[in-house]
Design a binder for this molecule. Structure first.
Ligand code: ATP
Length: 457
């Protein structure tokens, strides 16, 4: 298939109700999006798949759900208040604003041309711009009431580490996982939902004994890469790992020469960034950071609370080291759409199909009566839909000819379409059509729920 462009995905999302511009009727607001009826299902399915792999199926990880607004001292200790910034540059000619480190040669802006208007020597020297969203808490808005919308979910896991460890009676190594909203006042939002100002993160802090962190870092790199390949069905050519060590940056996987030198963030001794081949190029979808004991030590220092761990077996006391796999739901959403979008030629007609893994599909099944003017067929189809809905997301549709109804479901990735026809009234069988092969089988109506359940579970 020809290289997919982002516009195709944007238009599908709008047309079919996956995603709308936030505050649409007022002209929108940059970096904020609303998820429609299909979008919310896809998002929930992504979150469920992650939670299943990271919490449900494991003995060594538990979940939490913390408040978005935390004591501002949390962000002081973590370094966000002082250092959570990106370099910003403005063009004095066209007034366009850029994140400077995205421009080649940005360290010397006077030597490069503005990517928007092409003028040379018009970019201002880069200055730091803090990405924290500020708000105030309580009735009086003054210096003492300033708080921040969290820019990451991770800090709650550090701040609550002690409470969770004691109440869940966990011994090291163990992890705390969380999913939730994060906010960053990004200088430039864009590439559709790739870079947002409000987004959802899924993060896990894995606490381990100092000295074992490199082993766990490699373990989580493999585990997370496999999750993307097995749960999202991402092909080997579309995903790679950027290894960021203090002394060098290199790629494991496709296009190894397409890389620029980076340093790990201030809290990390090394990062594995998982990157996906988006239409705009290789870009980060998940970061796996080796955060040392930076965060727990910083919180212990500022709060004055002891956050060390006593190891019963070795009788040692230490502050745990932490390995963190952190990803964004929206980027995963975009990967699911791009990776599984297909345009196929069927009998001289174009069919657009989203070949989602079944677990991600917003609807697992759609039910149609072949003739909508036959009340017995409509009733049988409606009863079947109602029954399926007790176990899975299913939908009923009778608003077009059967070919059109199939195309509609293909385009939103529904794995199975079920048609009730005149013969169904006699033999109690219905036709189930497979989204990918388009093959059809007849199944007894009483068996349909079980038949589908086996396949979509
Ligand atoms: P980038 O370099 O793209 O700005 P980051 O390194 O700042 O990302 P992290 O702080 O490591 O990102 O956040 C972990 C994950 O959260 C990212 O891999 C990404 O999936 C998601 N994420 C971060 N910022 C955004 C954003 N502005 N919009 C959507 N998702 C985001």
């Amino acid at each position: 298939m020809a290289k997919l462009n982002m516009e195709t995905i944007v238009s599908l999302c709008k047309r079919r109700g996956f995603i709308f511009q936030g505050s649409d009727i007022y002209g929108g607001i940059g970096g904020f999006w609303d998820y429609g009826p299909l979008g919310v299902e896809l998002k929930n399915n992504i979150k469920r798949a992650w939670w299943r792999a990271m919490v449900q199926e494991r003995d060594d990880i538990v979940g939490i759900d913390a408040a978005i607004i935390m004591n501002p001292l949390v962000w002081k200790a973590s370094g966000h208040v002082d250092t959570f910034s990106d370099p910003l540059t403005d063009c004095k000619n066209c007034r366009h604003r850029f994140r400077a480190d995205n421009l080649k040669g940005w360290e010397n802006p006077e030597k490069i041309a503005c990517p928007n208007c092409g003028m040379r020597g018009t970019l201002t020297p880069p200055r730091d711009f803090n990405l924290l969203f500020k708000t105030t808490v309580g009735p009086v808005a003054d210096e003492g009431s300033i708080a921040y919308l969290r820019p990451e979910t991770a800090q709650a896991m550090f701040v609550q580490y002690r409470n969770v460890q004691e109440t869940a009676r966990k011994k090291l190594p163990f992890g705390i996982a969380q999913q939730g909203r994060s906010f960053r006042n990004e200088i430039v939002h864009g590439d559709f939902i790739f870079r947002d100002r409000e987004f959802e993160q899924m993060e896990m802090e894995f606490f381990c004994k100092p000295g074992t962190e490199d082993e766990w870092h490699d373990y989580w790199k493999e585990a997370r890469l496999n999750w993307w390949k097995q749960t999202l069905n991402v092909s080997d050519e579309h995903i790679r790992i950027k290894v960021i060590r203090p002394d060098r940056t290199y790629i494991e996987g496709p296009d190894p020469d397409d890389v620029k030198e980076e340093k790990p963030p201030h809290y990390s001794k090394g990062n594995y960034d998982l990157e996906y081949l988006f239409p705009m190029g290789w870009s980060e979808i998940e970061g796996i950071a080796s955060r040392t004991n930076f965060d727990l030590s910083a919180h212990a220092n500022l709060s004055g609370k002891d956050l060390s761990y006593f190891d019963d077996e070795t009788k040692e006391k230490y502050i745990p080291y932490v390995v963190e796999p952190a990803m964004g739901v929206e980027r995963c959403f975009l990967v699911a759409l791009i990776e599984h979008y297909r345009e196929e030629q069927v009998k001289n007609e174009k069919r657009v199909v989203l070949k989602f893994p079944y677990a991600l599909a917003p609807y697992k099944a759609a039910v149609f009566p072949l003739l909508r003017n036959r009340p017995e067929l409509v009733e049988m189809a409606r009863n079947l839909t109602r029954d399926l809905k007790t176990e899975m997301m299913a939908t009923y549709d009778d608003t077009g000819a059967i070919g059109k109804l199939y195309r509609r479901q293909d385009e939103i990735g529904t794995p199975f379409c079920i048609t009730v026809d005149v013969q169904s009234l006699d033999d109690h069988q219905v036709t189930i059509r497979d989204r990918d092969s388009m093959e059809q089988v007849r199944v007894d109506v009483s068996q349909v729920k079980g038949w589908l359940g086996e396949r979509v579970r």
